[in-house]
Ligand binder design. Structure first.
Ligand code: SAM
Length: 272
């Protein structure tokens, strides 16, 4: 088992090996129930993320047809605002178990994770009187595919051929969690740039100063610790201009023993 106190040299290949142990249900339970997803608190992690995404789309400059969510995992919350603005959403993940979890939700199968409170909260942020079942329907209609991805490949969606480049990329907790070091984070960001149109936006959420997280009971995966300075500089070096950069510091009671994350960043960047 990898622990925060052990320094293990890692490679891209080793990271892929670690991910074989990722358990979607456990991951959802660690991160997507209270206190981390407590909609009665504005200082809870998930409400903070949802308001950042909501605001980014409210600004009115992020639009088009195709949006790709990078490293979706077993979650859909990151697309609740996006589905009001993009009619062709493509979800992606490295693991079939995660793609399967998403497909099961898309098909309305029983015993999938309950996203109701997330859907309701997104409706409240929009304030248009949309009901949560309507929201779920809109999201399901907007998602056109759930496909494999490897951000470490120069052609991340291979063998899928994208009919057109994306107008927007969304990614939450992916690059730092799948890269063994800062160099491969930067390379992965370069690879993703090939999927995005010039003038397209990248909305990225990620962990600040995290060195590991739990992916199944008793299983920790190394994370490359990043800070605002590194993420900004890397985006700029890959040809983006930074529109907004927001940081959130974890309140003490959100530290529930499943990672050593210190905070969360949200960045809205535009490809030049
Ligand atoms: N986006 C979700 C969220 O916000 O909770 C899941 C994030 S989870 C921390 C990281 C995700 O990256 C996992 O779903 C994992 O399967 C995926 N992943 C692992 N290796 C990858 C790779 N080489 N390329 C793309 N995604 C990868």
């Amino acid at each position: 088992e990898f622990g925060s106190d052990s320094i293990v040299p890692v490679s891209v290949a080793a990271m892929k090996e670690y991910y074989k142990q990722f358990d979607p249900r456990s991951y959802l339970r660690y991160n997507y129930i209270p206190p981390r997803a407590d909609f009665t608190r504005t200082d809870s992690i998930v409400p903070w993320k949802l308001s950042c995404l909501h605001r980014a789309f409210q600004e009115g400059d992020v639009h088009g047809r195709t949006l790709i969510d990078i490293g979706s995992g077993p979650t859909i919350y990151q697309l609740l605002s996006a589905c009001e603005h993009f009619s062709n959403i493509i979800m992606t993940d490295f693991l079939e178990v995660n793609r399967q979890e998403i497909r099961r939700w898309l098909h309305g199968e029983p015993d999938t994770f309950d996203w109701t409170a997330f859907l309701q909260h997104a409706c409240e942020l929009e304030g248009k009187g949309c009901s949560w079942p309507e929201k779920a329907k809109r999201l399901r209609t907007a998602i056109h595919d759930v496909i494999p991805i490897d951000v470490h490949s120069p052609n991340p969606l291979h063998p899928y051929s994208l009919p057109e480049l994306a107008d927007c990329l969304v990614s939450s907790f992916c690059l730092e969690a799948v890269s063994p070091d800062r160099t491969s984070f930067q390379k992965a960001l370069t690879n993703l740039g090939t999927l995005l149109k010039p003038n397209g936006h990248f909305l990225m959420i990620g962990a600040l100063d995290e060195s590991y997280y739990q992916v199944a009971d008793g299983v920790h995966i190394p994370v490359v610790p990043v800070d605002q300075e590194f993420v900004s500089a890397t985006l700029k070096s890959c040809g983006y201009e930074i529109c907004t950069f927001q940081c959130y510091t974890l309140p003490q009671d959100m530290k529930v023993g499943v990672d050593d994350v210190a905070g969360i960043f949200f960045v809205k960047a535009k490809k030049k």
